[in-house]
Design a protein around this ligand. Structure first.
Ligand code: NAP
Length: 160
């Protein structure tokens, strides 16, 4: 099973200056809880941002650089290589960003776990359009933090 997990604002924003544009504990907790028994695949910049928080997780980092300093994660030179490595673990694969990794994952992923944050933030990295690919809502729960609405959506693909 290959799942994508992301959080975006009303404009599909996901990142700002190498980190998240917001500080929303409930979404971070949801991310950690949802992915904890799987293997995480992420681009090098996302890994630099997330590594301190997911040090106990099994992670595959995609990078073309020499990552000899990247001791706690496995390294893959391409998305395809990361998927091959991830499948060997025989666990759910969680695609954790960033932009290009999400794009490459959309054709092969089974589900999209998307937190929609009902607010507008400033930033520089956006989630790719997903609506035509993941067009089958499977579940939705809502919550709030600091007055901001959160919708935790799980979407599948329409096989028709
Ligand atoms: N809101 C969310 O759910 C969420 C999730 C994840 C990330 N983010 C945010 O998004 C931002 C990071 O995303 P980003 O898109 O800028 O960067 P990214 O995808 O995390 O990292 C980009 C780097 O990953 C490597 N890479 C990615 N795809 C590759 C491929 N197909 N083949 C080879 N290498 C590949 C390259 O590393 P090298 O340069 O080392 O070769 C590339 O420079 C941060 O602000 C982060 O906080 C948000």
């Amino acid at each position: 099973m290959i799942n994508i997990i992301a959080a975006c604002d009303r404009n599909r924003l996901i990142g700002k200056n190498g980190t998240l544009p917001w500080n929303i504990q409930k979404d971070w907790d949801y991310f950690l809880q949802t992915t904890k028994n799987g293997v995480l695949i992420m681009g090098r910049k996302s890994y630099e941002d997330f590594q301190d928080h997911v040090s106990s997780y099994e992670i595959i980092v995609i990078s073309k650089r020499d990552q000899s300093g990247c001791k706690k994660a496995k390294l893959a030179g391409s998305f395809e290589e990361a998927i091959k490595l991830g499948l060997k673990a025989k666990k759910t694969i969680w695609i954790c960003g960033g932009r290009k990794v999400y794009e490459e994952a959309m054709p092969v992923a089974d589900h999209l776990f998307l937190t929609q944050i009902d607010q507008e933030y400033e930033g520089d990295v956006y989630f790719p359009p997903w609506e035509r690919i993941f067009n089958r809502p499977l579940s939705s729960t809502t919550d709030r933090e600091k007055g901001v609405g959160l919708e935790f959506l799980v979407l599948g693909k329409n096989n028709l």
